[in-house]
Design a protein around this ligand. Structure first.
Ligand SMILES: Nc1ncnc2c1ncn2[C@@H]1O[C@H](COP(=O)(O)OP(=O)(O)O)[C@@H](O)[C@H]1O
Ligand SMILES: O=P(O)(O)OC[C@H](O)CO
Length: 488
């Protein structure tokens, strides 16, 4: 009987468990939406116990529902950068999870830039200085939770992104480890030497005793006995890197772009580290058998979250799926542009202090125009990234693979093809992120012999060809650039 694979996909919006066949078919999926807390302007937190309980519930429910006993291994994938510090003895977090979108450390980041540290940080980590990454979030917790720094120095505390925290809990505190793609998002990990960087730890005053071991993406991460059967955790990757794997972007120049809470476009640039010249990130795509494949990354902080805001903040609809019909009920955006910079602007602008803007409103503007503007923003933001990526890499890709919750929206997919003037491909396996994690676990467990086995399971469910004429494309994009200038 062929083996199955269990993926844990702990995203910003929800925690999921998915059971896959060895061909990538979804056999069962359970998911729970996760609450975000906004204690102050620019702060975003989650309760680590919610994250853990929802994840465990999702895994147990999938196994109960299917009665599956033939699982080869578990793969974990996660919202990246989100920071948890916990007590090694009790396993209890000492503060809420500080979510990747949180901006509370913007001043600290500005100081680091003023002091001239960006060059060395970028050279070592491939990142730019921004509150997005874990380092300043860790420092904030150590500075604000009473006694935390002293306990960290004594080795009593552990830091982890969500993957690492879930692994710790799944292995009942036996394993404190992460993978190279998640470590690369801390701003403390040297992605050239593949080591925690002593100079950066000193710069941010972060004790090395907090940090996990860093493993390949396919590795033996330990065993869990908390589910119906003992299972090995064999794969781990940040969600965007997992989607890169699920989308089989294994050749140089291939790009995937994922539209969930945020949008993240990754281009495979091969095995040589190369710094971006256009304010993109260089990061670890995957590390297998010690060999790193690097990617250029464009990170947009708000994608689907803009639709959540229209739903929850303005009450324009009750479900994000309604946005498509609403957007199509008007002929065009009628001059309305929506820059959803709620938590600052990411690539290629990197302005943590920027905030959202709606421009071009007239007496005739309606909820439909605003919704259309929010959906069009996905295309404009991606165009900003693609232009920078093509300049950086010298590669003009002939197609782009996309995935994530938003690709259920056909208006968005067509608009992306139109704004990028490139064919867009949507895979048969819609859950690319979870499938990527499962595939990594499958590599470790011997279900797959190599990346070509995984690539063999990729097929397109749908392709969108560009239809917009060049004049219209240029005029719409010019309107976006004007709106961006106002934000900046
Ligand atoms: N049909 C749709 N149209 C527009 N947005 C959608 C649609 N379906 C889901 N979304 C958006 O997609 C996001 C969820 O995508 P998902 O990939 O599950 O996110 P994450 O991985 O960040 O948890 C939500 O922000 C939601 O608003
Ligand atoms: O929750 P997502 O899928 O939007 O992904 C979040 C990213 O990993 C943040 O870097």
């Amino acid at each position: 009987m062929s083996k199955t694979l269990l993926a844990i996909d702990q995203g910003t919006t929800s925690s999921r468990a998915i059971l896959f066949s060895n061909k990538g078919e979804i056999l069962a999926l359970r998911q729970k939406e996760l609450t975000l807390h906004y204690p102050q302007r620019g702060w975003v937190e989650q309760d680590p116990e919610d994250i853990w309980e929802d994840t465990l519930w999702a895994c147990r429910s999938v196994l109960e529902e299917t009665g599956e006993e033939n699982i080869a291994a578990i793969g974990i994938t996660n919202q990246r950068e989100t920071t948890i510090i916990w007590d090694r003895k009790t396993g209890k977090p000492i503060y809420n999870a500080i979510v990747w979108q949180d901006r509370r450390t913007a001043d600290r980041c500005a100081r680091l830039k003023e002091q001239g540290h960006e060059k060395v940080i970028t050279e070592k980590t491939g990142l730019l200085i921004d509150p997005y990454f874990s380092a300043t979030k860790i420092a904030w917790i150590l500075d604000h939770v009473t006694g935390a720094r002293a306990r960290a120095e004594q080795g009593a505390l552990a830091f982890g992104s969500i993957d690492c925290f879930l692994l710790w809990r799944l292995t009942a505190g036996q394993v404190h480890a992460t993978d190279a793609s998640n470590a690369a998002r801390t701003m403390l990990f040297n992605i050239q030497s593949q080591e925690w960087d002593k100079e950066l730890l000193a710069l941010l005053d972060i004790p090395a005793a907090l940090l996990p071991e860093v493993k390949d993406n396919a590795a033996n991460f330990g065993q869990t006995t908390l589910l119906q059967q003992p299972l090995m955790i064999g794969g781990m990757a940040g969600d965007q890197q997992a989607a890169l794997i699920g989308q089989a972007c294994f050749k140089e120049g291939m790009i995937k772009s994922t539209y969930g809470t945020g949008c993240f476009a990754l281009m495979n640039i091969g095995t040589h580290f190369k710094r971006s010249q256009n304010r993109l990130l260089t990061t670890v795509g995957y590390r297998l058998n010690g060999q790193v494949t690097y990617v250029l990354e464009g990170s947009i902080f708000i994608a689907g979250a803009a639709l959540q805001w229209l739903r929850d903040g303005l009450g324009l609809f009750t479900d994000a799926t309604e946005s498509e019909a609403l957007a199509l009920s008007v002929a065009d955006n009628n001059g309305v542009y929506f820059v959803p910079a709620f938590t600052g602007l990411g690539a290629p602008y990197w302005q943590p202090a920027a905030r959202g803007l709606i421009t071009g409103l007239g007496r005739e503007s309606t909820a439909a125009h605003l919704t259309r503007a929010a959906l069009e923003a996905q295309g404009y933001q991606t165009r900003d990234l693609m232009d920078a990526m093509c300049r950086d890499s010298g590669v003009d890709p002939s197609f782009i693979r996309i995935d994530g919750g938003l690709v259920a929206n056909e208006f968005v997919c067509q608009f992306l093809a139109d704004m990028l003037d490139k064919p867009i491909e949507i895979p048969q396996v819609t859950e690319s992120t979870a499938w990527g994690a499962a595939a990594l676990a499958g590599l470790q467990a011997g279900v797959f012999n190599g990346l070509s086995d995984i690539a063999g399971h990729w097929s397109a469910a749908r392709r969108y060809a560009p239809q917009m004429d060049a004049t219209q494309r240029a005029a719409l994009y010019k309107g976006w650039k004007n709106a961006i200038q106002k934000v900046l």
